[in-house]
Design a protein around this ligand. Sequence first.
Ligand SMILES: Cc1cc2nc3c(=O)[nH]c(=O)nc-3n(C[C@H](O)[C@H](O)[C@H](O)COP(=O)(O)OP(=O)(O)OC[C@H]3O[C@@H](n4cnc5c(N)ncnc54)[C@H](O)[C@@H]3O)c2cc1C
Length: 420
Amino acid sequence: MKDVIIIGTGLAGYTAAHYLAKSNLSVLMLEKSKTVGGRAQTKKISGQYFNMGPHAVYKKGEGAAILEHLGIELHGRSPKLSGEIYEQNDAYTAPFTASGLLASSYLSWKERKEWMLLIMRLSSMKIDDVPQQSYEQWIESNVRSDRVKGLLYALGRLASYCHAPDIISAKVMLAQVKIALGKVLYLDGGWQSLVDQLHNKAVLLDVQIKKESNVQQICTDEKNGFKLTLSNGEIIYGKHVIFTGEPQALNQMLDIEHPYRDDLSTMKAVKAASLDVALTKLPQPKRLFAMSTTDPLYFAVHSSYAKLSEHGDSIVLHCLKYLRPSEQANNEQVRIELEQFIERLQPGWKNEVITSRFMPSITVNHRLPRANEESPLLQSLAVIPGIYVAGDWASPHSMLLDGAVSSGRLAAEHIIREMR
Ligand SMILES: Cc1cc2nc3c(=O)[nH]c(=O)nc-3n(C[C@H](O)[C@H](O)[C@H](O)COP(=O)(O)OP(=O)(O)OC[C@H]3O[C@@H](n4cnc5c(N)ncnc54)[C@H](O)[C@@H]3O)c2cc1C
């Protein structure tokens, strides 16, 4: 019998656990997998540290501030925003930095002016003043040049991983772009460094963590609050529950009527295909970053800024395709597309491969934030009194690490207030 049972040991779960345990509440975390950390885990494959696709911490996001407040150290370096922009098969210097803007032939002088004014406008923009519309509607009514529009669409994908400008909320997307322009961090040792620190500190705070514990059902229990049934038949009681798994799964496990069934079941995930590669060396050492404005493709060499191999001397890069919601892509074709994009940038790379991993469709964020989405669940985080949600999908105005960590803290704060 615990004060709080947290389902899931990702960033949201650990953040909540820290705040709860620091307030002297007893906490049990249940994790269905053999390992903790969820999508923030880094796998060591042949001595190379592979995050689950390209992972960067947004330095100006609320997640980084909360983690630092919890005493989590973020060691790593910020990549330069310089690199290349592809339009179909043609490569141009990316105009994302002052020198890139001067050097790039991608934009005419008139377009450069429009782009510069837009970036300045973005940096001082108040997100609350952005109308309730999709990112596409915002771009179409605020930008003239097709190439500047293309850059904004690409920057939006880079900042949010969403390839659905016609659906995603302009407010959320512009907030993401603003945060991403404030620099990102690639972490030494990958995001596992976050997971390890959060885990070790949680253990010191007396948080109990149980792996291979798959919660299948939650029902109310008159005497004890909530009764959780695991897939192995084990029963666990708790006064409060925080759920951090995928929204649709909560509907299946809740044996209690609640008003958010439709909200949970209609949430669409943000998905991507990622090819993670380790090389002995880069055939073209200066080509470290590229995006396409015509295809939803991304390429970046993360090991140029963070230590991502055992001996620190090999190359770890990520090539990613942003998928449309519900896109049924042909896995083999996507893999070829990603390999060809790498070949364009790093001809002959296949001769240098140490190891690689292809994930054809991985969930980046459990909710694609839609324009006009005003679910009271995202404001209160309580499905019913006592059962809270947290995770990258559970925050109304942020997503990814920021959404996970901030909703973890909020859910914990609600419970702390209730218990007092
Ligand atoms: C390719 C890719 C690139 C990304 N890049 C970035 C980036 O650059 N910047 C950024 O900020 N974010 C990025 N992200 C997103 C980031 O990784 C996630 O938003 C974040 O890790 C989510 O944390 P979470 O705690 O919400 O969920 P998760 O990490 O998914 O944790 C949920 C946990 O709950 C467990 N669980 C689920 N159901 C049950 C159950 N029934 N019983 C017990 N346990 C259960 C799961 O096993 C899991 O461990 C990226 C993600 C991907 C996939």
